[in-house]
Ligand binder design. Structure first.
Ligand code: PLP
Length: 396
């Protein structure tokens, strides 16, 4: 009667109808003779999304956090020195996990609003002549701040220092949405989750692993069990799992991979860029609002975190949007609570859906005390979308 609740958080994202239908099937036999071929096809196609020629991608029945833990516990040893940077809630949580798992974490923190500090990492790597640093961690897309970091530049820093450390990347809110080149960027471990660009419910943690990381696994002694690469490989090689897989999610994943690869990853990335540009145009038109991302080099094409004007509590904006306009916006996390809200623009979305998000945010901002010209943000986004093709190409 009241239409549906609009979802514009940066994950879980909207599940496209074909994916929902693909999951709406009776329970099936995960040891059936033909199940292995079905899974093997998925594992191969995940490598295409990751842009990985060698190595492999694991699918864990967990959220992305499980894949974080799998990456660490399978390739490192307790007490290993690792380089990390905190600049948002998710990079902060990964560093916390690394400490709790017994790693010796060297932090190169930077402001919330900036990305991985490449120069600081480069200096640390150059100074580490006896190669005590075993791994370098980067959050590719910090979902809390709407900041994307330059992973290729981190690879260059490692290569320039001729440093053998493994490169760990959190791609939970980037892989499947914005450019990610695992092989070309020399990423050794790349984490993703089903509920973002893959347009599925939460419940699958993906982990791309390079041959170098698989070799490190042979000698890594940190305790692991459920997430053991060795256990997974033993059964994945024939398309099965060491425990009961989430068969319905895998059926949905098959359809989402068909959609992503059918469109082509470059097209998917361009679509996200176009969607993001419309949101950024709206933010620029909202007086007193600004992106948390400090500079265009950091702008994320999957999520925008937006500071509310002075005196406007972002929590009011979010709850007004939710209760009055049936629209879920992302909240400000940790130090951004009350100061910022987020619009997720990843997954199954189009310009008209985002105009709705911008409209709801604009009304809720005004309700919460922001002095914004009615329609200013929507008009700016409309013009941005109107003047670009679906592939994001500017039209005269
Ligand atoms: N890393 C990033 C960048 C995220 O955005 C999230 C979740 O939003 C996570 C990690 C944690 O993933 P999950 O909630 O699937 O465990």
């Amino acid at each position: 009667m009241n239409g549906y609740q609009h979802l514009f958080i940066p994950g879980p994202t909207n599940v496209p109808e074909p994916v929902r239908q693909a999951m709406n099937i009776p329970m099936e036999d995960m040891r059936a003779p033909d199940f292995g071929d079905f899974v093997s096809g998925i594992l191969e196609d995940l490598k295409r999304v990751y842009r990985l020629r060698n190595g492999r991608v694991f699918v864990f029945s967990s959220s992305g956090t499980g894949a974080w833990e799998a990456a660490i516990s399978n390739t490192l040893n307790t007490g290993d020195r690792v380089l990390m940077s905190r600049f948002g809630q998710f990079s902060l949580l990964w560093a916390d996990m690394a400490r709790r798992l017994g790693l010796d974490v060297t932090l190169c923190d930077t402001d919330w609003g900036k990305g991985v500090p490449v120069d600081d990492y480069a200096a640390q790597l150059r100074d580490d002549r006896d190669h005590r640093i075993k791994a370098v961690f980067c959050t590719h897309n910090e979902t809390a701040t709407g900041v994307t970091s330059d992973i290729a530049a981190i690879r260059r820093a490692l290569d320039d220092a001729q440093h053998p450390a493994l490169l760990f990347v959190d791609g939970v809110s980037s892989i499947g949405s914005i450019e990610f080149e695992m092989e070309e960027w020399g990423v050794d471990l790349a984490v993703a989750g089903s509920q973002k660009g893959f347009m599925l419910p939460a419940g699958l943690g993906f982990l791309g692993v390079s041959d170098k990381a698989l070799a490190a696994h042979e000698h890594a002694t940190m305790a692991r069990c459920y997430f053991s690469f060795a256990d997974m490989i033993a059964l994945n090689d024939t398309g099965y799992f060491p425990y009961t897989p989430a068969t319905q999610l895998l059926r949905g994943l098959r359809t989402s991979l068909d959609m992503l690869l059918g469109a082509g990853m470059e097209t998917v990335w361009a679509r996200h860029n176009r969607l993001a540009r419309g949101v950024r145009a709206a933010v620029a038109a909202w007086q007193g609002c600004r992106l948390v991302a400090e500079d265009p080099q950091w702008y994320s094409d999957t999520v925008s975190a937006i500071y509310t004007p002075q005196g406007v509590d972002a929590r009011d904006v979010i709850s007004t949007a939710y209760y009055k306009y049936q629209t879920s916006l992302g909240s400000g996390l940790n130090i951004l609570a009350g100061r910022a809200f987020r619009i997720g623009h990843l997954g199954s979305l189009n310009p008209v859906m985002l105009c709705a998000a911008i409209s709801a945010a604009e009304m809720a901002l005004r309700d919460s005390g922001a002095v914004i010209e009615p329609g200013a943000g929507v008009a700016a986004a409309q013009e941005c979308y109107r003047l670009t093709t679906p592939d994001g190409i500017e039209q005269p």
